[in-house]
Design a protein around this ligand. Sequence first.
Ligand code: NDP
Length: 273
Amino acid sequence: MKKFAVLGNPIAQSMSPFIHQLFAKQSNELLQYDALLIPKTSFSEYATNLFENEEFKGANVTVPFKQEAAKFASVLTEEARIAGSVNTLIKLDNRVVVGANTDGVGLVNDLVLNNVGLSGQRVLLIGAGGAARGVISPLIQAGVASIAIVNRTYDRAISLINHFKHKQLEALSLDQLNQDGHHFDLVINSTSASLYGELPGVANTVLAHAACCYDMAYASEPTIFVAQCEQLGVKQCIDGLGMLVGQAAESYFLWNGVRPDVKPVLAALRQRL
Ligand code: NDP
């Protein structure tokens, strides 16, 4: 039987085993998918052992190992190389392990599924961590006009635009953003603030002008950021559950060559939260 796993620490909360079993059911594939708690200092050792198993075909990688996974992979896809971060490891027949990053595709596909147009749009990306890194190139490829990056720690926003060197990118401090009356079509919250019940510090006037606000975090109730944007009257307020299923679907495709139907899986997951 083909074996897969998600590797992280912590990992008990992971919904990836549930998602991948539903994908497998759709395509009548028999596979094993485990959630494995990896000691924080032993990623490479554990991954090496796993991939030596003949049946083990691939892994998802989550916090805090995405950067280590990029070092572990023998080859990187273009997205993973640019992002410096890997969330999917794929064993090729000759035992070469490819590192890919499907977070960006997951986000873009979820926006498309929600009929959020991207071509020519002005985007505000809040946050400059690993998740922000992974979505910048896919958003540019999807045709957005510009991405302004704002982050609690301004230096990290600067580092990010210096890393990418795309002309469509600019870094703003929270003060600049909140004082200068900037307007955006799409606001994406890629910070982990919602996980702590906190808001990322962007002024209501900025958020209220957006046609769509997207929070990469998700929960059984609307996240604090989604709730704030709804209250401000933003037309489309979306949480990150669809991105989670979207990135998983792309991993599944890379491993099995089959594109799962994300809609029923997203509905089942929403019920399970
Ligand atoms: P990182 O730890 O790499 O980055 C965290 C980011 O959040 C930094 O920009 C940090 O700012 C900012 N931040 C944290 N707390 C606050 C706060 N209280 N106020 C303002 N900014 C804050 O995490 P990731 O980038 O990997 O993940 C970010 C979020 O995206 C998480 O919620 C994660 O669950 C979600 N995610 C969702 C996915 C999905 O499929 N839906 C996929 C990947 C991630 P600073 O630099 O100042 O510390």
